[in-house]
Design a protein around this ligand. Structure first.
Ligand SMILES: Nc1ncnc2c1ncn2[C@@H]1O[C@H](COP(=O)(O)OP(=O)(O)OP(=O)(O)O)[C@@H](O)[C@H]1O
Length: 265
């Protein structure tokens, strides 16, 4: 089976020009098939404020009203996605910037209103709905898809979808055809036992250990959806999932071992 890397890069790396440049140079030099997924919430919030759109977040999740949907479509699908693609092209990587509606790759469902109305937030209810055939065509042509965290409902409406979820869903959808390694890369060295101590990386997390770490409050905030998505991806056939610092991609591109947190069932 051919190897495929699905790599999600975190928002704090996107915000740091030096780390982002190092990351993209190394990412471009990974040989073989690869897909990049990005977020960009902080950049969207900063640009929104300049336009008079104040971000509203509940439990770290953005409420996407109609105005915010326009904002994130412009910022994620335009500004951030196209700058990443241009830099990858500069580095010799034939990247193609995409969002969920392009070639209907990622259909989603508008999140139902329960206790909170998240607005135009999209959930990927089943990874089988992902159009993996188109992705295979692109990968076979030597292209590197770069996904912004946007999906659509198939009825003409864009939806805002968590980038961690998109990475896990893409990895899962392609796991039948490729030996998929899913990497969540961010500004910390891995999942930490003490979030302010970079020397406290937890090297391995199983499902049982994950439950313990959650109950102890060691894994919290943005780490929870990341780990939930990652565990689901493993259960659905993704071969490996790692959570590491973005610089791990430099070792990976050179075929060296990298450190961080490895997940298993
Ligand atoms: N045990 C932990 N170890 C490491 N980070 C943790 C832990 N618990 C909570 N976190 C927080 O999770 C954050 C990473 O998740 P978050 O979703 O905020 O960012 P991201 O996925 O890198 O970027 P984005 O959501 O912008 O794409 C870290 O910045 C850290 O503050």
């Amino acid at each position: 089976m051919e190897k495929l890397y699905v790599i999600k890069v975190g928002g704090n790396i996107l915000d740091d020009p030096e780390q982002l440049s190092n990351f993209l140079t190394a990412f471009a030099s990974i040989s073989g098939s690869k897909i990049l997924v990005h977020g960009g919430g902080k950049i969207a919030s900063a640009i929104g404020r300049k336009l008079g759109i104040e971000p509203v977040l509940v439990d770290g999740r953005r409420i996407t009203d109609a105005e915010t949907l326009e904002l994130v479509t412009m910022v994620y699908g335009g500004l951030i996605n196209k700058n990443l693609v241009a830099t990858l092209q500069k580095n010799g990587c034939n990247a193609i910037g995409l969002t969920g509606p392009d070639a209907n790759i990622i259909p989603a469902v508008k999140r139902p209103v329960q206790s909170i109305d998240y607005g135009f937030a999209g959930d990927i209810t089943n990874p089988e709905s992902i159009n993996s055939d188109v992705l295979e065509v692109l990968l076979d042509a030597g292209l590197t898809p770069v996904f912004a965290p946007l999906t659509h409902d198939g009825k003409g409406t864009m939806l805002n979808t968590n980038a961690d979820t998109i990475a896990a869903a893409l990895a899962t959808a392609l796991a039948q055809k490729y030996e998929v390694e899913l990497l969540y890369l961010f500004e910390k060295k891995g999942v930490l036992r003490d979030v302010i101590n970079e020397d406290s990386v937890i090297p391995n997390i199983t499902e049982t250990k994950y439950e313990q770490l959650k109950n102890e409050g060691i894994i919290a905030a943005g780490m929870l959806p990341k780990l939930d998505n990652a565990m689901l991806a493993l259960r659905q056939g993704v071969k490996q999932v790692h959570i590491c610092h973005a610089s791990a991609v430099e070792a990976l591109a050179q075929g060296h071992k990298f450190t961080g947190t490895t997940l298993s069932l």
